[in-house]
Design a protein around this ligand. Structure first.
Ligand code: KIV
Ligand code: ZN
Length: 513
């Protein structure tokens, strides 16, 4: 009998800590719904005490999600833990995840606390957390560089205080698989009551070893892996969920565990997260990269045609690649459109938003005969903007671009409800359009990234544009999709401006700047 491996997804918390990957409340709910559909055990929805926006998003996710446990991170202090406890209250199953650093360098230089004080604070925190839920996780931050005797001591104390999951993070991605596995093995052997808790791992990818370390730890007895879609996360990222799940499943001969993840939802989840965060997936990325199942060499192609398993250890359809199917067409009605969105886990908030998205769908179907799930995700990403974020809206755009002439763009925007016109010349049609928008917005934002991806194949495919803007220390990603690249670019730029505007407004309202 295989044991259960708990899949703890932290895309919405650690993943969101990637520069520019911040997501709106609605985007987080969409990702959470997809994670639930994928049957992830635990969704770390955010860090409730970080901001009122984080608190609100966690609470909304706790309300929306029924089948996965919803978790909030909290530092080991009373305020953080109470905020986390309040945020997860609506959940069917809620967890508080509290952490404090245990490595000598972190305790001395960052916390400026003696080891005894750290233990005391950790124990107090578990008691506060248990006032809200029986499901309490404790993490020893920077465990990968902590003294093993001290880890045994603090884990013993927090288990006595009521922690039910013990996490051993390699916070800075410093560990090597055999060494990390040995740490887990020793902890499980030496800590009293180790068999009463779930041992968890959380690995960062600074040396490219996050997945290898996590899997080595599973072989040593860990029964929860913390991971993210596409390996998103702080610095070089976290262990990627798709690689962990598929390694355990493909190598069932090696791993004594199984997950309950529906692997056919992996590629849709990967595309959704990439689309929302603006982090493209590299083509050669394991499992979810566009080339993960493509065979270039003649010898390989010949082998696969004769017998698939000559060169393929997984089936593309098992991770959701075959779901690139034609879903709707020009003649599809509003109900068919809405129910397909529901099947994709997309709940549009109001009839007004459904109507706007449906109008765009009809427009798109006129230009592009085959509409795929990916097109719908992109279309909805454009449409799901809460009113307080939608300061700027594109009403009209015109670009003149001809050989030997400098491209010139004209735009009409709605700004806070009133119509404004702008025009500019630029190095290319996109440059001219951005300058025309800026002639109205005067945002003072710095353009940090501009990227275009084709959502599906064919020259009539929608181009999906990501624009990253930065101002006053805030970094936001805007997305836009259209069969016309210049319009997709304008939408993406305006989406970023709207996010930036609402993010700076919130910070000002909180008096931070
Ligand atoms: O990397 C880390 O140590 C973390 C903890 C908060 C679990 O993200
Ligand atoms: Zn982390």
């Amino acid at each position: 009998m295989k044991q259960h491996l708990v899949i703890f997804d932290t895309t919405l918390r650690d993943g969101e800590q990637s520069p520019g990957a911040s997501m709106t409340r609605e985007e987080k709910i969409r990702v959470a719904r997809q994670l639930e559909k994928m049957r992830v055990d635990v969704i770390e929805a955010g860090f409730a005490a970080a901001s009122p926006g984080d608190f609100d998003a966690i609470q909304a996710i706790a309300q929306a999600i029924k089948d996965s446990t919803v978790c909030s991170l909290a530092r080991a202090n009373e305020n953080d833990i109470r905020r986390a406890g309040e945020a997860i209250k609506p959940a069917n199953s809620g967890r508080i995840h509290t952490f404090i650093a245990t490595s000598p360098i972190h305790m001395e230089k960052k916390l400026r606390m003696a080891p005894d004080q750290v233990v005391e604070q950790a124990v107090r925190s578990i008691a506060w957390a248990r006032e809200y839920t029986d499901d309490v996780e404790f993490s020893a931050e920077d465990a990968g560089r902590s003294d093993i005797d001290f880890l045994c001591r603090i884990f013993d104390e927090v288990i006595r205080a009521g922690a039910t999951t013990i996490n051993v993070p390699d916070t800075v991605g410093y560990n090597i698989p055999f060494q990390y596995a040995e740490t887990l093995r020793q902890l499980i052997e030496r800590v009293p009551n180790a068999d009463k808790v779930v041992w968890s791992v959380h690995c960062h990818n600074d040396l490219g070893l996050a997945v290898a370390n996590s899997l080595a730890a599973v072989l040593a007895g860990a029964r929860q892996v913390e991971c993210t879609i596409n390996g998103l996360g702080e610095r070089a990222g976290n262990a990627s969920l798709e690689e962990i799940v598929m390694a355990v499943r493909t190598r069932g001969d090696v791993f004594p565990v199984e997950t309950r993840v529906d692997s056919t939802q992996i590629v849709p989840a990967s595309k959704l997260v990439s689309q929302i965060t603006g982090y493209p997936v590299q083509p050669n990325k394991a499992v979810v990269g566009a080339n993960a199942f493509a065979h270039e060499s003649g010898i390989h192609q010949d082998g696969v045609l004769k017998h698939r398993e000559t060169y393929e250890i997984m089936r593309a359809e098992d991770v959701g690649w075959s779901q690139n199917k034609l879903v709707l067409g020009k003649h599809s009605g509003r109900n068919a459109f809405r129910s397909r969105l529901q099947e994709l886990g997309i709940e549009l908030e109001s009839d007004e938003v459904v109507n706007a998205a449906f109008a765009r769908f009809k427009e798109l179907a006129d230009r592009k005969h085959e509409i795929f799930d990916e097109d719908l995700h992109a279309l909805v990403s454009d449409e799901v903007v809460t009113p307080d974020q939608e300061r700027y809206k594109l009403l009209y755009s015109h670009v003149c671009s001809e050989t030997g002439e400098m491209p010139h763009a004209k735009v009409i925007l709605s700004v806070d409800g009133s119509e404004r016109k702008g025009e500019a010349s630029g190095g290319g049609p996109v440059d001219a359009t951005f300058k025309a928008i800026e002639s109205i917005a005067n945002s003072g934002a710095e353009l940090m990234l501009y990227s275009v991806n084709a959502i599906t194949t064919g020259t009539d495919a929608q181009g999906e544009v990501t624009t990253r803007l930065s101002k006053e220390g805030r970094v936001v990603n805007g997305n836009g999709a259209d069969t016309d690249i210049v319009i997709a670019s304008a939408r993406s730029y305006l989406n970023a401006l709207n996010k930036l505007h609402s993010s700076l407004d919130k910070v000002r309202a909180q008096g931070d700047i």
